[in-house]
Design a protein around this ligand. Structure first.
Ligand SMILES: *Cc1c(COP(=O)(O)O)cnc(C)c1O
Length: 377
């Protein structure tokens, strides 16, 4: 097996993958309607539930062909009964995406906004739930990838359940990284994509959630033909297949990635991501970079650094310098502050971050940015 040029991706997914996962895509051509392929998908669906420690009798997973956003679309448009309302607990770009989905489907919703660098005020969340008994679905994001803040999902989930609502959580940037226990964390539905925590490829996304609630949603309005949770679930249960063509090669890669996930182990993998994250923060601190999220509120996977007040600072130039040397850095996603992000996803370790900061520091020096970086205030 020839090794493939290794790039260290510090963007928030897709992530750096192992060569064994890359090569797992190279398989004999197969029609995904064959029984052999159906068997693979059945095992895959069960493994995806296992990652969040779900009881297989109570929880199931449903696969979709698409990027991670398809999961948010599916959950929101499929799990809202007629005449009911969605509450989005929103402190960042990814929860805002859920609000836009509500808007596009014309769903009654409340966009409960909080500052991007603060965790949601649970008293306000409860107040809104108490005043709006027609809220049937509460949605939020676990790790707001736009900033890297960790939201208190267990507490928000407890409130949702206290007021009889279903709780959906966008766990795309924590699943298979930061340990999740679907039941203890009060999650009814969580979601992810193969290219993030699982360290496989784009094209396969999935929702893991409560089987009884999916079955109940059979009678809810069907607002999308392609992106309906019950229809896809039902097709899987009856035939073992995806309703329409699955991302065949990505599924093979994901099976290999799951094997490597089990070999590494949940705890060891999280410890590795933590090592990488600590190295990122250490490197940023040494260069004098300020960050948006206070250390105690960080989810441990995404660092959001603020642009220095230096006339020579150019994200583009620094990005290009690093990119040419195999390291990818990523712009921020906050409308009010100019930031860039460094993420601890993927098949990378502390030593990659050490190597990265050598290059990053060179990039700053070469473009004439003063070190340590300066801020006006
Ligand atoms: C990556 C990500 C998504 C999905 O983004 P796509 O570009 O559609 O893959 C959704 N939510 C969160 C929190 C993410 O980090």
């Amino acid at each position: 097996m020839e090794s493939i040029k290794r790039n260290v991706l510090l963007n928030p997914g897709p992530s750096t993958t192992t060569d064994t996962v890359k090569y797992a895509q190279v398989v004999p051509d197969i029609c995904p309607r064959e029984k052999e392929f159906g068997k693979l998908m059945k095992g895959l669906r069960e493994d995806l539930v296992r990652i969040v420690h779900g009881d297989p009798g109570k929880y199931t997973s449903v696969l979709f062909c698409g990027s991670g956003t398809i999961n948010i679309d599916v959950c929101i448009n499929s799990l809202l009964p007629e005449g009911k309302k969605v509450l989005v607990v929103n402190n960042g770009a990814y929860s805002t995406r859920a609000v836009e989905i509500c808007r596009y489907y014309n769903l009654p919703h409340i966009d409960l906004q909080f500052p991007v660098d603060e965790i949601p005020d649970l008293k306000k969340v409860e107040e809104v739930l108490r005043e709006n008994p027609d809220i049937a679905l509460v949605h939020t994001t676990h790790n707001e990838t736009g900033t890297g803040i960790l939201n208190p999902i267990r507490e928000i989930g407890a409130l949702a359940h206290k007021y009889g609502a279903v709780f959906t959580v966008d766990t795309t940037s924590t699943y298979a990284m930061r340990p999740i226990n679907i039941e203890e964390d009060n999650i009814d539905f969580c979601m992810a994509s193969a290219q993030k925590g699982l360290m496989a490829f784009t094209g396969l996304s999935f929702v893991v959630g409560n089987r009884a609630i999916i079955e109940k949603s059979k009678d809810y309005p069907k607002r999308s033909y392609y992106c309906n949770l019950y229809l896809q679930y039902d097709f899987f249960e009856r035939t073992g297949e995806m309703h329409f063509t699955p991302p065949v090669q990505t599924i093979y890669a994901t099976l290999q990635a799951l094997k490597e996930y089990r070999e590494e182990g949940e705890e060891a993998k999280w410890a590795r991501h933590t090592r990488v994250f600590d190295a990122i923060n250490e490197g940023l601190d040494e260069l004098g970079f300020k960050q948006v999220i206070k250390p105690e509120l960080r989810a441990g996977l995404v660092s959001s650094a603020i642009y220095p007040d230096d006339e020579n600072w150019s994200f583009e130039k620094v990005h290009d310098y690093c990119y040419e040397r195999g390291f990818t850095i990523y712009p921020g996603k906050i409308s009010t502050t100019n930031t860039f992000r460094l993420c601890a996803l993927g098949a990378i370790d502390e030593s990659d971050i050490k190597d990265f900061f050598v290059v990053f520091k060179e990039a700053l020096e070469n473009t004439g940015v003063q070190i340590p970086v300066r801020y006006n205030d």
